[in-house]
Design a protein around this ligand. Structure first.
Ligand SMILES: [Ca+2]
Length: 144
């Protein structure tokens, strides 16, 4: 994707809930005369798999900011490990607190760990099917 206009913010999120991340870009300058319409780039998808995780803190903050996720899965016989930390993305753009993680051609996550910062506990789950949204509570575990 590409665009000739300058911009001041970008957000990566699965806006159409089909499993791949789309991109929203705020375009135009800082002055009124330099305004321009924003752009939403819809990802056409590439036949790969994904998992979405919405963490809900109880002892840690409810938004789970600072929580850490570790995924282990195999793709084409090669073991892969992916780490994520829950945060809002930073300045000049923001991303959802829901974690959207691509896992390539893998159909299953062999091991999922969630570390909660306030309680300093780690939850462990195994054999999670791909292409679903899971809601994980700090105390009760997977609830959806
Ligand atoms: Ca999408």
């Amino acid at each position: 994707m590409g665009h000739l206009q300058k911009g001041h913010g970008t957000a990566f999120a699965d806006f159409d809930h089909d499993g791949d991340q789309d991109v929203y870009v705020q375009l135009g300058g800082a002055y009124k005369a330099d305004v321009f319409g924003n752009a939403l780039f819809q990802n056409p998808g590439f036949g790969t798999n994904w998992i979405k995780l919405k963490l809900v803190g109880e002892k840690s903050n409810r938004s789970a900011i600072g929580s850490k996720i570790k995924l282990e899965f195999s793709e084409n016989g090669v073991k892969r490990t992916v780490h994520r930390t829950i945060n809002g993305g930073g300045s000049f753009g923001g991303n959802p607190l829901r974690s959207e993680i691509g896992i390539g051609k893998s159909r299953e996550i062999e091991r999922l760990e969630v570390y909660w910062p306030a309680s300093k506990t780690t939850q462990q789950f195994s054999n999670i099917k791909a292409n679903q949204l899971l809601k994980i509570n700090e105390v009760t575990g997977i609830i959806q």
